[in-house]
Design a protein around this ligand. Structure first.
Ligand code: DGL
Length: 260
């Protein structure tokens, strides 16, 4: 059975792969980290949509049976007009649904500039619960901090405090981690947000969605028939290390050129 393709701009999407692996242990994954073009979240919708199209067509050429867009920025801006011969799932709707189910009255969304600018989370959350208050905040420094491996550093905590304080003061009870890099900052975010705010990571929710859809489409693998594979568009030793920690030491790493 062919693999499931997953992509993000860098290491963030690996938080989604971790949840997918737990939920779907018989599947093999082909993960594409577009490290040459990272970050996506500071770029225009048009550019991110072009990268998304290119990534999807590369994964399709590699023979994947389905694709998970493990990047909120790409899910927010690149999926509306995407044409794909295989099923494609984005991360926004599962995260928004979970937030709408669990939130009491007021939800904060932290994400990249591209995702916040698109307004998709507000629309998706309010489609489920129109009366919820939704406040979004772009946190552009989080992605470079994570890519640098500084998620447990005091700098990350100071930056988190600066970004989250206005949301905490607003009285949010739920905080959506609207970028797949942010779960790697969860300990710091939880500390800064405090005990009265629950964090929502869409990884588990997207894994459930994918599992149910594969079943429905009769695309579920019975057993894993090969190693997981990793593609990067720029050589990055840290990416390889982190990815192998999540996908296993035998995951094969290959560099590809997708520049357009
Ligand atoms: N991890 C990606 C997201 O979920 C984007 C990070 C970036 O490249 O800016 O939005």
């Amino acid at each position: 059975m062919p693999s499931i393709g997953v992509f993000d701009s860098g290491v963030g999407g690996l938080t989604v792969v971790r949840a997918l692996r737990r939920r779907l242990p018989a599947e093999s994954f082909l993960y594409l980290g577009d490290t040459a073009r990272l970050p996506y979240g500071t770029k225009s919708a048009r550019t991110v949509a072009r990268y998304t199209e290119r990534n999807v067509s590369h994964l399709v050429d590699r023979g994947v049976k389905a694709i998970v867009v493990a990047c909120n920025s790409a899910s927010a801006t690149g999926l509306a007009h995407l044409d794909s011969p295989v099923p494609v799932w984005g991360v926004i709707e599962p995260g928004a649904r979970t937030a709408a189910e669990r939130c009491a009255t007021s939800v904060g969304v932290i994400a990249t500039e591209a995702t916040v600018r698109s307004g998709v989370y507000e629309r998706a959350i309010m489609a489920h619960r129109p009366k919820l208050e939704v406040t979004s905040r772009a946190c552009p420094l989080f992605v470079p901090l994570v890519e640098e491996g500084w998620e447990a550093d005091g700098v990350a905590e100071a930056v988190a405090r600066r970004y989250l304080t206005p949301l905490v003061r607003r009285g949010i009870d739920t905080l959506v981690l609207g970028c797949t890099h942010y779960p790697l900052l969860s300990p710091v975010l939880a500390r800064v947000a405090g005990n009265n705010i629950q964090l929502i990571d869409s990884a588990e929710a997207i894994a459930e969605t994918v599992a149910a859809s594969l079943e429905e489409l009769s695309l579920r693998a019975q057993e894993r028939d090969g190693p997981h594979r990793l593609l990067v568009t720029d050589d990055s030793p840290r990416f390889g290390r982190l990815a192998r920690r999540i996908l296993g030491p035998d995951a094969e790493l290959e560099q590809v050129d997708l520049l357009v």
